[in-house]
Design a protein around this ligand. Sequence first.
Ligand code: CTP
Ligand code: MG
Length: 244
Amino acid sequence: DAVVALVPAAGRGVRLGEAKPKAFVEVGGTPMVRLAVDGLIASGVVDRIIVMVPAELVEAAVALLPAFDPVGRSRDPSASGGGCGGFLSPSTVQVVVGGAERTDSVRAGIAAAPDAAYFLVHDAARALTPPEMIARVTAELQAGHPAVVPALPVVDTIKSVDATGVVTGTPDRSELRAIQTPQGFSAELLRAAYALDVHTTDDAGLVEMLGAKVRTIPGDPLAFKITTPLDLMLAEKLRSAGVR
Ligand code: CTP
Ligand code: MG
């Protein structure tokens, strides 16, 4: 029952504001997308990885991503490039072209994995996600929960506002969670969700539209999404302190 990880890495990184697309920005000398893929491999639970990147960066991505051996689930972290399949020869780490919206990128990844029994959808920008958390999401999936997402309590009070910025409400914070990735789904459920032609900021949002039950499990602060320059500074600091 193949566990296929889909790694959306085709965004532009407008909020980070670097010259290159965010997933290719280095954190402590290593591009985010490589760190994210290394984390998935290190989890030991993934059979195949499909990375979605901007069209002009397919070759660059192939060159910087590792190969791994899903049978022994062993890997050589120093082995870079060469082992990736691109379009022609599907391999354990495959690169495909993403789309204009994150939803389009994930849809492209789903299309490249007709063999999947389970999908893990994992943002390249969550580059420091602990492999242990990836394994926990997968264990819940394999225990029979068809939709599993990591969640953290929110620390700020969250308010809704109208178009002019006037507060319209304050939801009870104890009922709110910040949602991370990887988000895990039975392949059947995720394919059905993506048959809906709508855009959402996360994959569970689509699954919810089908009325399916989405289970939360504890997230991890280290799975934060590198979105702004401040996040990048934090990630650099963490790496120099020995976090992956
Ligand atoms: N992503 C993608 N395809 C898109 C948009 C986003 O694959 N069309 C990916 C990003 O590369 C990232 C993840 O989805 O790994 C989460 O998105 P986000 O943090 O919003 O990244 P960007 O869209 O690159 O950043 P921004 O919104 O600031 O431009
Ligand atoms: Mg974005």
